[in-house]
Design a protein around this ligand. Structure first.
Ligand code: ADP
Length: 286
């Protein structure tokens, strides 16, 4: 069964001459239990796509079915409730509240459920145990390392037992040792049946996924199944730094273009033309 189904979904920002097409007529089907790595240069629409899938944002056009429900027709309250019950989020910046202990941070998503505080804290304690931090319950964020903070954030994301976990560069702020621990944890959650969508710039991390999706200019330009434990060739050929300069962007884009298989040449032509158009526009502005 498809847990996520996007049909011709677009997201536009701004209007008139200043319109940005962040996501363009994307079609995507995700099976329950998939672990998908999403790659692509900066500005290619990865975060926008995650926000749409995570019900943090609504598509400008197209249809979105989540767990078989047409969620883009939901009003804000129904959408928020559905999001709480269905999706957990892990961000690069951890997003923990500094004035709360690890345990209280993890218990936050349970606050609306009408459970007693004792029950909530017990459930949060179980989630912390799952991420190997049972002995850090009463620590405040500033007393924890980056890797531990991300593990607390993962405990918070799964405390509600959501079907889907969305992780936007979850290891972006971590050293390699801490990254590994966090990735092993996501891998365990995958094995336990969670569906995971993870944005990453690091091709090595695609080894934890069973499918890799590549974005460019708001489009999905390649979508490959891959064996868990293997880094698909196409991912190895790409290396996107978490950059913010135009040169880095161009470097990422040319790596991407070189790595696209022959049968995707049509897309290649289309996107190349587009980038040229874009840079012409830029030149004209200057
Ligand atoms: P990525 O995550 O791949 O770096 P994003 O989804 O953040 O890409 O951005 C895709 C495009 O949409 C970019 O051109 C970006 O500038 C634009 N964009 C993203 N969010 C907004 C916003 N809130 N307002 C206007 N433009 C946006």
């Amino acid at each position: 069964m498809n847990i996520i189904e996007l049909k011709d979904v677009s997201k536009l920002y701004g209007f008139g001459d200043a319109t940005t097409v962040a996501v363009e007529e994307v079609n995507l089907r995700v099976k329950k239990g998939d672990f998908i790595a999403v790659m692509g240069p900066s500005g290619s629409g990865k975060s926008t796509l995650m926000n749409l899938i995570g019900l943090l944002d609504r598509p400008t056009q197209g249809r979105y079915l989540l767990n078989g429900r047409l969620v883009d027709k939901f009003g804000p309250r129904k959408r928020a409730k559905f999001r709480r019950d269905t999706i957990g989020f892990v961000f690069q910046a951890f997003n923990l509240l500094p004035q709360l202990t690890a345990l209280e941070n993890v218990a936050l998503p349970l606050a609306y459920k009408g459970k007693t505080q004792t029950k909530r804290l017990k459930q949060a304690g179980n989630a912390l145990e799952r991420v190997g931090l049972a002995d850090r319950e009463y620590f405040y964020p500033k007393q924890l390392s980056g890797g531990q903070l991300q593990r607390v954030a993962i405990a918070r994301a799964v405390v509600n037992a959501p079907d889907i976990l969305i992780a936007d560069e979850p290891t972006g702020n971590l050293d390699s040792g801490a990254s590994r621990v966090v990735m092993e944890l996501l891998s365990d959650l995958h094995k336990a049946g969670h569906t995971i969508m993870m944005v990453t710039h690091n091709p090595e991390l695609t080894r934890y996924a069973n499918r890799v999706v590549f974005m460019h200019d708001g489009n999905i330009i390649a979508d490959k199944d891959s064996d868990v434990g293997q880094v698909p060739d196409i991912a190895r050929k790409m290396y996107f730094r978490t950059r913010k300069t135009e040169e880095d962007d161009l470097e990422g884009v040319s790596a991407l273009m070189d790595a696209i298989p022959q049968d995707d040449k049509m897309t290649k032509k289309k996107t190349k033309k587009k980038s040229r158009k874009k840079s012409k526009k830029k030149e004209a502005k200057q």
